[in-house]
Design a protein around this ligand. Structure first.
Ligand code: UDP
Length: 479
């Protein structure tokens, strides 16, 4: 059989790049050829993987691209801090079309897997008569909720932000608040992101299917709903992070960026703690909190009485006024603050870690699942409030901190008592034990899913077979 060549094109955020690199590793481990198109600031992890023997191709395309009004220093999603920058950033992503099509012309791959935020790639794939698979980097659950939103706009049935509305048509009774959903749903085309979401929906008509970083046993009802009720072609081939550990290449903890803490120091600290006595707190690579919220979090962690590792992403480098007076001294023996990038997967998989306070980004959520730990869910923006529902109400492996407000930057509104309560609930007592037992169970299922003969393994086989037999539609078919 001819060797299939897959080109992967992530967008400019670590949460999008990390799983794409893992997907490329997965493809090569199954005998496919994989090439990643990356912008310069996201090329380093790929080069590193190549240097450690991984046979993945890399083509770097300049960003900001020619013709863009974006300042040269703005290269990643987390730098979209004003409406003007956001607008120029999204335009710059569109301007990648020409250079990327030149790359496709050169490489002539059999399939393009591209990020959700690059809807024009559906046209590019069509030009080269290859299938485009979309990668949304989230759960089936959240894909189902988003689709039900598009179809029924159930948030229009309530008159206030505090009145819950039911998401119709789902396998479980799921309610949300209007304040927990993205403004792009509420008013589709009001700004640049709204327009992008519209383009993403349009692109679906020209998209062959979707690869999903999940596994069937985790959310089978939603995988089924997405494919058979909503009617989308999709393949669940994850958790992709498990291929990372089994494939050599990078060590698990060297994902995304270089760690801001010496890993040996971090491990030594964890080694000094008993099993399940540390809570790990991290809100991913994009979310930010106001100073008031950081202070409340500190007080909540202190009041919880638990050991903790807390990853703090700051807005301003030298600004630490938010730390409560004497805090670091008081928690000296039981708290470790990491300022910057943490070796998250390494920490989560240490026996001392008993719970994970997460913003419910999908990569983090899956990392929590694969580590088998209960979670305290603290969603902030994007589709994180949906993932929270999956964890707390469907899987039963987490407890909500009670955030009610979707906010892109400087999130706040969760008080110290809520932090302390949720952390205690996830760490100690019968409820925590029960959640831990369920979490351990999902961890085992995740491992089995990616093994030979497992559900994700088989799903990838099915995808490879389908791609091998792909015949591009003729003009008549598309009319
Ligand atoms: N991450 C990490 N160290 C950090 C922050 C994040 O390793 O200090 C990794 C995390 O393990 C995950 C990714 O960055 O793989 C974040 O992706 P996610 O989807 O959870 O959230 P996002 O950053 O996209 O909001």
């Amino acid at each position: 059989m001819k060797q299939l060549h897959i080109v992967l094109f992530p967008s400019m955020a670590h949460g999008h790049m990390i799983p794409m690199l893992e997907m490329a590793k997965l493809f090569t481990s199954r005998g496919l050829k994989a090439t990643i198109i990356a912008t310069p600031s996201f090329a380093a992890p790929i080069t590193k993987a190549q240097n450690s023997g991984l046979d993945v191709g890399l083509v770097v395309t300049p960003f900001p691209p020619q013709g863009s009004s974006l300042p040269q220093s703005i290269v990643a999603f987390d730098q979209m801090t004003s409406p003007d920058i956001t607008s120029s950033f999204l335009r710059a992503m569109e301007l990648l079309q020409e250079p990327v099509e030149a790359i496709l012309k050169e490489l002539r791959p059999d399939c393009l897997i591209s990020d959700m935020f690059l809807p024009w790639t559906a046209d590019s794939a069509a030009k080269f008569r290859i299938p485009r698979l979309a990668f949304y980097g989230t759960s089936y659950f959240s894909r189902c909720v988003s689709e039900q939103f598009e179809l029924h706009k159930p948030f229009n049935n309530v008159t206030s932000d505090s009145e819950p509305f039911l998401v119709p048509g789902l396998p479980h009774k799921i309610t949300l608040l209007r304040s927990q959903i993205s403004p792009f749903f509420l008013n589709e085309s009001s700004n640049d992101f709204g327009k992008l979401f519209k383009q993403m929906n349009e692109a679906w008509k020209k998209t062959y299917g979707e690869v999903v970083n999940s596994f069937n046993e985790l959310e089978s009802a939603y995988a089924n709903h997405y494919k058979n009720v909503i009617g989308r072609k999709a393949w669940e081939i994850g958790p992709l992070l498990l291929y990372n550990s089994s494939n050599g290449g990078d060590k698990n903890h060297q994902r995304g960026k270089e760690s801001a803490i010496d890993e040996h120091k971090c491990l030594a600290w964890l080694d000094s703690k008993r099993p399940n006595t540390v809570v790990y707190v991290c809100a991913g690579s994009v979310a930010t909190f106001s100073q008031t919220q950081l202070c409340e979090t500190a007080m909540g962690l202190e009041a919880s009485g638990q050991n903790f590792i807390w990853v703090v992403r700051k807005n301003k480098e030298d600004d630490e006024d938010w730390l409560p007076q004497g805090f670091e001294e008081r928690v000296r023996n039981r708290g470790l603050i990491i300022r910057g990038w943490a070796p998250q997967v390494m920490i989560l998989n240490h026996a001392a870690v008993g719970a994970f306070v997460t913003h419910c980004g999908w990569n983090s959520t899956l990392e929590g699942v694969c580590a088998g730990v209960p979670m305290v869910t603290w969603p902030v923006f994007a589709e994180q409030f949906f993932n929270e529902k999956l964890v707390t109400e469907v899987l039963g492996t987490g407890v909500s901190v009670g955030n009610k407000r979707w906010i892109l930057r400087e999130s706040e509104g969760v008080e110290r008592d809520a932090v302390a309560r949720a952390v205690e609930e996830a760490m100690v007592g019968g409820g925590a034990e029960e959640m831990r037992r369920r979490a351990e169970n999902y961890k085992e299922m995740a491992k089995k899913a990616v093994e030979e003969g497992g559900s994700s393994y088989n799903s990838l086989n099915a995808l490879i077979e389908e791609l091998s037999n792909y015949v591009a539609p003729t003009k008549q078919d598309t009319n």
